[in-house]
Design a protein around this ligand. Structure first.
Ligand code: GLN
Ligand code: ZN
Length: 765
């Protein structure tokens, strides 16, 4: 039995890559400095895996920005606008593709970016044209292969397989289907693989994540066809086909019939797929068993992993089995050893965790146990592992009987408003006394360097709590005055006290911990540090009431309370794996419900519960959507339905397509939903109109993701368009997301224009 790894985090354990790339973009370091920084990270990662005892170590899993973009460059799939940019260095072209290029009168847009399956990683979407050509353009894969070889490693280069690569991309003109490009693509893959073999490669890993999605007959044929071609052209090479994030299900027969050496299965996400694979597997195929969770940060349960492995051994023998993490370790932080601050992450909780480096050790021990190697030591580790898992299971830190009981006591009425929307609306109209086309914002106002510096000083101890809060109060007051002067109808306090919309709540809820250095790549140089939900979630005390109340005390106008919803908090955290996600989500929902009720008690009449992540939580396979939506929507409703009919509940979603889940969004029954819409010229509204969506909608009338100040005229015309699709009584006027990342200057100008656009519409109807 050997160990293989699918990929290692490339940001460096101290985010060295982020720092180097950003310095390079700011022209503070040279290209050579940047290349050297990349090399150091790669070498460190390779050595780390070598020393840990990984038998088959990946290479080409490093990337300066994104592995899909790397592949586009490798294959010469570079859109013309970059070829004509005048840039000569291929890394500069590469960064222009990722980030756009604006210099010396040139203005080239970036390629599109989107989420990597159901992760929070984003990749750069390949662009395909009808006369698309491919060539072996960037030799990165060969260079990185040789570099690893020089360390005495026999590396396994990783590539996204041809069909998955095409499916990840988009046709940029009409009149062809990107799968038709396959015959032009395969020869380049063959060329790459032959050159790898000429340099001494024995293995290659082809990632085929689409094998675990719902694919059609044509796509299936294309996959089969590709491997037939590749294996015929390079018979001496051992191919690993890697799948992850789901199970093979209906694609099992296809996957096991491919002429390859190893098939990798994600047995963390979908352990059920093992049995059908074992039943039908041909003798020529080996299995790579992904038993260590590459998507979460909990220590493995060795006994459970061993059981899975023994089952496979019994059926096909040790020689045909490899052991591995479930997917690339890209999605977990680098190194738990860096968490040295015991106040942040207590030793009791820390012992339950494993980051990428620790996961390598876990695979090694599991292999030793399964192979009966190094047995005294391995057996000791097994004992420890059993003990730690038992301690975690029984820990008093995790279990809160009161919370569990409360979840059990939830009744249907808890997730229903008292009356239907029409009745609520009538009561709210009376209570709130708002004009037609009411104006509001999504919550945050500019988080200036100054505001952020106060927080940093407060955290360092350079400001007392009192001083810090005084500064925030001043900022809040100015923001209230600004909104009043501008004539906005529903005000917000500005969210200055919040670093991040999930972290702020996580820090105040029980059951959450934070890391100091647990960074995970989100896109390019951007990293996130997700909170860890380790136990039953409860709310020791109110989290936002004092800020909202303070803001409300300053004005006669209505101030909207701002909360993050349960699904978004869940989605953007590392979630405990000892109970189903819906259970954790329900607990969070109850905590948010309490906050909503407390706000209401304090006289807040409008409360917004943001749920930007509802859509991204959708399972990869459609057959699992209903189950997810069922509990996710219910969680939102539990959080929002504890209020009187006259209290108005808002929700907000950004970057969403709504067509296929419009029924569920309607089912959320928020009195008002604000959505991103400005970039799509209100087209998103069609889904709501077609569905006859009954509740109020605030289609974002301007794009806050750009410093551009939209004119009144533009916004009027968007609103007029909206008013042709939906009745005016249903429409609100607002930007398309929070203003946190904007500067005051453009924010002021844009909101003034927005209010006069609303005024104009009021006159027109
Ligand atoms: N209320 C949040 C804000 O305004 C919403 C952010 C979001 O939608 N991602 O920043
Ligand atoms: Zn948003």
């Amino acid at each position: 039995m050997l160990i293989t790894n699918l990929g290692y985090p490339r940001i460096g354990s101290n985010r060295e890559l982020k720092k180097a790339s950003e310095n390079y973009w700011a022209q503070k370091i040279t290209l050579d400095d940047l290349l050297e920084a990349g090399k150091q990270i790669r070498i460190q990662n390779l050595k780390l895996q070598q020393e840990a005892g990984i038998d088959i170590i990946p290479c080409n899993d490093f990337s300066f920005y994104d592995q899909v973009l790397d592949l586009s460059l490798t294959l010469g799939a570079i859109p013309n606008r970059y070829k004509e940019s005048g840039l000569t260095n291929s890394l500069d072209i590469y960064f222009a593709m990722a980030r756009g290029y604006q210099k010396d009168g040139k203005d080239i847009t970036a390629m599109e970016m989107t989420k990597w399956f159901d992760t929070n990683y984003h990749y750069i979407v390949p662009e395909f044209y009808k006369d698309q050509e491919f060539s072996f353009y960037s030799k990165k894969i060969i260079e990185e292969f040789i570099e690893a070889k020089e360390l005495g490693i026999q590396p396994k280069p990783v590539l996204i397989a041809p069909v998955s690569y095409l499916l990840l991309g988009k046709e940029k003109e009409e009149g062809f289907n990107r799968l038709e490009l396959l015959d032009r693509l395969i020869p380049v893959y063959i060329e790459i693989i032959k050159e790898l073999v000429a340099n001494g490669a024995e293995w290659v890993q082809l990632d085929e994540p689409f094998l675990v999605l719902d694919i059609n007959e044509e796509e299936k044929q294309a996959i089969k066809y590709t491997y037939d071609q590749l294996s015929e052209a390079c018979p001496e090479l051992k191919i690993v086909v890697a799948t992850y994030f789901e199970g093979l299900n209906k694609n099992t027969d296809l996957a096991i019939s491919l002429p390859v050496n190893v098939l990798h299965l994600d047995l963390v996400r979908n352990p059920e797929q093992l049995d059908p694979v074992l039943l039908a597997i041909p003798e020529t195929l080996s299995l790579s068993l992904g038993v260590i969770d590459g998507r979460n940060i909990w220590k493995n349960n060795y006994l459970q992993s061993l059981q899975t492995i023994y089952k496979a051994v019994k059926k096909i023998g040790k020689e045909r089995i490899l052991i591995a993490p479930s997917c690339s370790l890209l999605h977990v932080p680098c190194d738990l050893d860096a968490e040295t601050n015991e106040e942040v992450l207590t030793p009791e909780i820390k012992q339950w965790l494993a980051f990428a480096k620790q996961k390598l050790d876990e695979v090694v021990i599991i292999k030793q146990l399964a192979n009966s190697e190094n047995i005294t030591q391995a057996a000791k580790k097994l004992e420890d592992n059993i003990e730690i898992n038992k301690r975690r299971k029984d820990s008093t830190l995790i279990h809160n009987q009161e919370v569990k009981q409360r979840v059990l006591n939830i009744e249907d009425a808890d997730s229903q408003r008292q009356s239907a929307f029409e009745i609520r609306k009538a009561l709210q109209v009376k209570e709130l006394n708002l004009p037609l086309f009411p104006t509001t914002t999504i919550g945050s106002f500019p988080q200036t360097t100054e505001v952020r510096s106060w927080r940093a000083k407060y955290k360092r101890g350079d400001l007392t709590k009192k001083q810090y809060e005084e500064l925030l109060r001043k900022e809040t007051e100015e923001t209230i005055r600004f909104q009043e002067e501008t004539g906005i109808d529903v005000l917000v306090h500005g969210e200055f006290e919040r670093n991040d919309m999930v972290e702020y709540f996580g820090e105040q809820l029980s059951g959450f911990v934070f890391t100091k250095n647990g960074w995970v790549q989100s896109y390019g140089s951007r990293c996130v540090k997700p909170p860890v939900i380790y136990g039953d979630v409860s709310r020791p005390q109110a989290m936002t009431v004092c800020w909202t109340k303070y803001a409300q005390s300053l004005t006669e106008k209505k101030v909207k309370g701002m909360l993050t919803g349960p699904v978004t908090i869940l989605q953007w955290s590392f979630v405990r794996d000892d109970q189903p996600r819906y259970e954790t989500c329900t607990q969070i929902a109850l905590a948010i419900r309490d906050e909503v009720c407390d706000l209401e008690k304090e006289g807040i009449k409008i409360i917004q519960i943001d749920e930007p992540a509802i859509r991204e939580g959708l399972p990869l396979r459609k057959e699992n959507w209903a189950e997810y939506l069922n509990w996710a929507i219910k969680a939102f409703k539990i959080s929002s339905c504890g209020v009187a009919d006259s209290t108005q509940i808002h929700t907000h979603m950004c970057y969403s397509e709504f067509n296929d889940i419009i029924e569920d969004i309607a089912d959320m029954d928020a009195d008002v939903i604000t959505i991103e819409c400005s970039r799509s010229q209100m087209e998103l509204l069609d889904a709501f109109a077609e569905f006859n969506y009954p509740n109020d909608i605030g289609p974002g009338v301007y794009d806050i993701h750009s410093p551009r100040v939209p004119s009144k005229k533009e916004m009027v015309s968007l609103l007029e368009k909206a008013a042709t699709v939906l009745p005016a009584e249903q429409l609100w006027v607002n930007p398309d997301c929070g203003l946190k990342t904007r500067h005051w200057e453009e924010t002021r100008a844009a909101l003034v224009n927005m209010v006069s656009a609303a005024n104009q519409l009021r006159k027109e109807v």
